[in-house]
Ligand binder design. Structure first.
Ligand code: LP5
Ligand code: MN
Length: 240
């Protein structure tokens, strides 16, 4: 019995080794799991479900085959693929979840999310997020021809890289108070998220309460997953 969590794969045609590692992970690990949760940034940049990128077809077909075999697959949006919509979710057999969700696994309540909302010290990012989260702007963006959407996304990625190079590591990490607030609000002692690319399991003790936060790693050179079993919550790395 095991439930698997992954995030931050940033799949794209330019990085075929990561895609191959993901497909291998699905075949070897996910097939026998109780459920798979993808906590955002599965793709490098999502510009609409109508993007005819063949990588998306391959991923959708593989996920769908697993879903048809009985594996429940859940998806929470990341800051790169927040536009992933109902059409692609249907095509890949994934259930879309809200940005924060509490799951009950083997008697343990666990809060799950992408993790970007916890980075409240990153004022520039939070302003950017608020802007691109506006429904009307997203609709407008999605109505543009694909080549223009591609160009805007590339511009945003370049802008993001430049902005990040000027930010400190501390600013781009989670804010400790935001973590506690989210866990208290949801009455959980466990939180699983990605986004920061700093894989670790943190243990915090506040007012005799234990809070544990498991952070997924990004799939750069190897895969990263969190495995929840009735006994344990483990952070695991594995080669592609
Ligand atoms: O993604 P990552 O790890 O590099 O950095 C993130 C934050 N950056 C982002 C931006 C995304 O990378 C862009 C994704 C494009 C998605 C597809 C297009 C959809 C368009 C929809 C329009 C409605 O999320 C980064 C954080 C970092 O995580 C750590 O938390 O710091 O935040 C920023 O870099 C934000 C900057 O501070 C300010 C924004 C710069 C963007 C410039 C935009 C220029 C656009 C011009 C378009 C005409
Ligand atoms: Mn992210």
């Amino acid at each position: 019995m095991a439930t698997l969590f992954i995030a931050d794969l940033h799949l794209c045609v330019e990085e075929p080794a990561i895609t191959a590692g993901f497909l291998r992970f699905l075949a070897r690990e996910a097939g026998s799991a109780d459920a798979l949760y993808i906590l955002g940034d599965l793709f490098e940049a999502w510009i609409g479900d109508d993007d005819p990128n063949p990588l998306h077809r391959e991923v959708a077909d593989t996920l769908r085959a697993l879903a048809l075999h009985g594996l429940p697959i859940y998806f929470i949006h990341g800051n790169r693929d927040f536009l992933l919509g109902g059409r692609f979710a249907r095509e890949s057999g994934m259930h879309l979840l809200p940005q924060e969700q509490v799951v009950d696994l083997y008697g343990r309540r666990i809060l799950i999310m992408h993790g970007d909302t916890l980075c409240t010290d990153d004022i520039g990012y939070q302003a950017f997020r608020a802007r691109v989260n506006q429904r009307w702007l997203q609709k407008l963006f999605l109505s543009l021809p694909l080549f223009i959407r591609r160009r805007i996304a590339a511009r945003m990625r370049a802008g993001s890289k430049m902005a990040n190079s000027e930010k400190t590591q501390a600013i781009m990490d989670v804010n400790q108070q935001a973590v506690i607030d989210a866990m208290e609000k949801n009455r959980v002692q466990w939180l699983i998220h990605g986004h920061t690319h700093r894989p670790a399991i943190h243990r915090l003790e506040i007012n005799e309460q234990i809070y544990q936060r498991a952070v997924l790693g990004a799939w750069h050179q190897r895969g990263s997953m969190i495995k929840v079993t009735p006994q344990d919550i483990e952070l695991l790395e594995f080669p592609f």
